[in-house]
Design a protein around this ligand. Structure first.
Ligand code: TNX
Length: 524
């Protein structure tokens, strides 16, 4: 109908102009995927210079057939709804859509189970991974490409642009962890869940919980109930302490699992055991229960390694913990056993390795365990003595790298930091970032290393705000060391990305240390 033509032309022209105006409003930065402030830095990012706009109609499609992938789609929607105010419906689909967001599994994608491929065009955000874990990490990347205000819990003004292009990504190390000491001071389930969320945001996958030490026993053990009812009663400084019931612990483990994080429970032994020794007289060589302890000394306690009941105790504890632990690892501590003679320590570690293996789990111990004969698959966690780590490597063990002078979250940032310790030196944010696990100790080569873990010992921190102040913004650096190959890491470039995460941390309600080595003023 010829008489309609001029109207059609006019409409087309009008739409064209609107598009021009709109594109004109989008900043160069918003269109440049290479400028997205993603931590950890992805392996490869190629921008194509346009944007995908999330709007009220955007649907998140999930390839049908995997509940886990559906969970990841729901997770993305939940994270984007509060700030956008959009419904973001999540729909299972059998075929790839033409527009919207699409999550799919492709078993042949060569990025490993934790990798993903994210392709963003003006019409479609397509996230592909060989397993749900990779899709979950792709979702974290999507969150970080969006403006920082996406992290706010209340409605924000858009627009919500994702720069177009392709990201292919997978981690350098399979073990990327953080440790929280809940023994020196106790932290409840909600506090730990908040930390788990931050770990997931930075693609960490292992949460090591230091559940027992001289000052407290923090997990209910049904066959030895005094451990928590007596041993859990106090903490450093004499506060009221606490412990997780098995139900609470299982809830934590599940929560972590829903964020693709494995919980690793540690019961430190034969030293660091005063809380157990105070709970049960028979674990002591003199048959007398000790007093509860609320100071911060180390190295004064030991289980009586010559008594059979001690091994019955260990077997019972690890049996219950193994049943509560879907992950492959149990941690036996083994550090600073200064009150245990070496000739007792060595056979003790051998026997505990047998016990843990008998419950179908792989054992991790602090580097001192390398003084004994390590069994196949035993893992040593390097924290202090390179000699011990070398001994572990010589025995064929894999190493988790937690060098105190570089990766201890409880070290002060500088001499003015109020919280924390400094026996291993000060760790400013740049120092925490600037090291490489595979070249720190000459004899520990990349192929010997399982990954990295940053421990937070809690002698000086009493609540979550204090924990956060020591953890952030150093945790981001450890996450990047674990994920991004050394050749792609560079402090001067990283510090700009980290600055952008200042705003993100504020939006997420995190109390972080505003270190002056980070150019926070360049937040964009
Ligand atoms: C050493 S690291 C310890 C812990 C302390 C920490 C304080 C390790 C295996 N043992 O018992 O809490 O130093 O930084």
């Amino acid at each position: 109908m010829a008489y309609h033509k001029p109207i059609n032309y006019a409409i087309t022209f009008f739409v064209f102009c609107m598009l021009l105006i709109q594109e004109g409003c989008i900043t160069k930065e918003e269109k440049d995927l290479a400028l997205a402030r993603i931590i950890p830095k992805p392996l490869s990012v190629t921008g194509t210079g346009h944007v995908f706009k999330i709007n009220r109609q955007t649907v998140i499609y999930v390839q049908e057939g995997s509940d886990e992938l559906m969970g990841v789609g729901q997770f993305l929607a939940e994270k984007l709804r509060p700030a956008t105010g959009f419904p973001l419906e999540v729909k299972a689909t059998s075929a790839a859509p033409e527009e919207g967001v699409y999550l799919a599994l492709a078993p042949d994608i060569s990025t490993g189970s934790e990798g993903y491929r994210l392709e963003i065009t003006p019409k479609l955000v397509s996230l592909t991974a060989s397993a749900a874990t990779g899709a979950f990490y792709g979702v974290q990347t999507i969150r970080q490409i969006l403006p920082a205000k996406i992290e706010q819990a209340e409605l924000q003004k858009g627009p919500w642009y994702l720069a177009t292009g392709t990201i292919t990504d997978h981690p350098d190390y399979g073990y990327r962890g953080m440790m929280l000491d809940v023994a020196r001071h106790f932290f409840g389930v909600d506090d730990v869940k908040k930390l788990i969320d931050q770990m997931a945001y930075y693609k960490l996958n292992m949460l090591h919980l230091h559940l027992a030490d001289d000052q407290g026993w923090r997990i209910e053990i049904k066959s030895w109930p005094n451990l928590s009812t007596i041993g859990g009663k106090t903490e450093v400084g004499g506060g009221e302490g606490g412990f997780y019931t098995q139900e609470q612990y299982a809830d934590l483990v599940n929560y972590a699992k829903s964020r693709f994080i494995t919980v690793i429970p540690e019961i430190d032994m034969p030293g660091h055991t005063n809380a157990a020794l105070a709970s049960y007289a028979e674990l002591n060589c003199n048959g007398k229960a000790t007093e509860l302890y609320t100071g911060t000394d180390v190295g004064f306690s030991t289980l009586c390694t010559k008594k059979e009941v001690v091994y019955k105790f260990i077997d019972d504890v690890f049996a219950e913990l193994a049943a509560l632990t879907p992950g492959p690892y149990l941690h036996m501590g083994g550090d600073e056993s200064h009150a245990t003679a070496l000739e007792d320590y060595i056979p003790f570690v051998n026997r505990v390795q047998e016990i843990v293996r008998s419950h179908g789990k792989q054992i991790i111990g602090w580097d001192e365990i390398a003084l004994s004969a390590l069994k196949d698959s035993t893992i040593a966690q390097y924290w202090a003595k390179a000699d011990n780590a070398r001994k572990a490597v010589e025995q064929g063990a894999k190493i988790i790298m937690s060098p105190a002078a570089h990766a201890y979250l409880d070290m002060k940032y500088d001499s003015t930091t109020v919280l924390g310790l400094h026996w291993a030196g000060y760790i400013e944010v740049d120092k925490g970032y600037n090291w490489d696990p595979a070249s720190l100790v000459p004899e520990i080569k990349k192929e010997n290393i399982l990954g990295i873990e940053a421990p937070l010992w809690s002698e000086t921190v009493t609540n979550l705000q204090e924990v956060e102040l020591l953890v952030f913004p150093r945790l981001q650096g450890y996450a990047e060391i674990g994920w991004t190959p050394a050749g792609l890491r560079n402090w001067d470039e990283y510090k700009l990305r980290l600055a952008n995460h200042g705003e993100r941390m504020k939006a997420r309600g995190i109390n972080f240390f505003a270190s002056n080595v980070v150019p926070w003023e360049l937040q964009k």
